[in-house]
Design a protein around this ligand. Sequence first.
Ligand code: MG
Length: 255
Amino acid sequence: MPQPFPSGASPLLVFDFDGVLVDGMAEYWWAARSAALRLAPGLDLPTVAPPAFARLRPLIHQGWEMVLMAAELARPDLQLARLLGDYGSAVAEALQRWGWDATLLQECLEQVRAEAIAADLPAWLGLHRFYPGVVERLRGLAHEGVDWAVLTTKGGVFAGQILAAAGLEPWALYGHEHGSKPAVLRQLLKRRDPVWFVEDRRPTLEVVRADPELAPVRCFLVSWGYLGPDDQRDLPAGIGWLEPARFAAPLADWI
Ligand SMILES: [Mg+2]
């Protein structure tokens, strides 16, 4: 069998979790809605995710923002176009309007999740699904002797539960509690070379690309997951486009 990387070690593959490995849209809405109702019990929110929530998802970076967006979607005078068009400013204004901060929202979200896991783990797991081919590809990496890690803005324990239920064991798993994604990647580069980073959020990859210390990290944007309408357009040279067929192919074909 030919060696895919005759000139050196095989890469450490670092995967984002939500939108790359797992589609958890049903769970995001359920958890965001539950947390928002805990903080503002009078909110009128549908039990099924409204389409606007899916449109906001590509803009959402950290879990607490989902809770804030759920509350915003309950406002009858919400201007969705403005929210989509200037998300950063709208988030700051919404925090002020509700009198909440990121820590409060994140803690409430994680409490809702922890309680759901304690009460009925299979039901909570059932709100997630791995994207087609992902479980097989990750198992294949283990057989090829390629290490893979998970780097997520989710709490690590929650991603760990979902992976464990599928019988998947990453080389390492980093949640938001381990620091920002660039910070974790900088640490990983001290231990492993090469490092490949696979994301569905283009702004995150652009931050990595703009960091000179992270120049050795090879970046990929996946074609599935929570992409904005223009995310694929004019990708810079340092960010590869990863479609399902290429994802399923040997690593040497990714580059
Ligand atoms: Mg993602």
